[in-house]
Design a protein around this ligand. Structure first.
Ligand code: NAG
Ligand code: NAG
Ligand code: NAG
Length: 187
């Protein structure tokens, strides 16, 4: 009887050992990004005076606001559509390597925070294809992570996390984000 219990205990122990070793390679594989890319994109919001220069516009506002000026209450309820130039460095006038296209909404009255859904669209000799992002963007945090949920072309089936940081801003008209993309799934 004691022998049987011992055998069972050994089998159980071996099973445990097997499970833990089987899981390890997978965990290791996901720890380091398979690709890393850093871009900057520039958002110039239409404010009634910069129709030519602007790259984004308020398209929805709550009843107490309008589409020319961001609302009070931390811009709560405003929705902005953008087609922003992407550059490799932090200079607005550097060559554009693609466009950041999508929308963001301001989604909290009590603090300054937003939610963003966008694609980086590339059509250059360097990159062709898209990277798609979605997630909460608590603007006041120095850095925030949003999900890379997929990609096409050079970025076929990509997945990962992008760390974004506000690199600069000018009032309500201009902001520039640094986007540090870490892909953990590459094809
Ligand atoms: C466009 O907007 C940017 C950012 O506010 C500013 O630096 C630039 O001078 C503007 N250009 C024109 C032509 O207004
Ligand atoms: C939009 O709202 C602001 C105040 O929030 C006001 O100053 C401005 O005149 C309004 N613009 C239009 C076009 O209604
Ligand atoms: C990409 O660029 C090429 C060459 O300039 C052009 O022919 C093509 O239409 C562009 N594709 C897209 C999706 O913009």
């Amino acid at each position: 009887m004691a022998m049987k219990t011992l055998t069972l205990a050994i089998i159980f122990f071996l099973l445990l050992l097997d499970c833990s070793t089987a899981r390890k390679p997978k965990a290791l594989r996901h720890r380091r990004p398979c690709k890393r890319l850093v871009f900057y994109f520039h958002d110039i919001l239409y404010n009634g005076y910069n129709a030519k220069n602007s790259t984004s516009a308020i398209v929805g506002a709550p009843t107490w606001g309008n589409t020319t000026k961001l609302t009070s209450n931390n811009h709560f309820g405003d929705m902005v559509i953008f087609d922003d130039p992407i550059t490799l460095d932090n200079n607005l006038h550097s060559p554009r390597v693609g466009r950041a296209q999508g929308f963001y909404i301001y989604d909290k009255k009590e603090t300054f925070t937003s939610w963003i859904a966008m694609s980086f669209v590339f059509n250059s000799t360097q990159h062709k294809g898209t990277i798609n992002f979605v997630g909460a963007d608590p603007i006041l945090s120095k850095t925030r992570d949003i999900s890379v949920i997929g990609g096409t072309g050079d970025f076929h089936m990509s997945r990962g996390v992008a760390t974004i940081a506000t690199d600069s801003y000018e009032g309500e008209v201009y902001f520039r984000l640094r986007c540090d993309i870490k892909l953990y799934e590459c094809w």
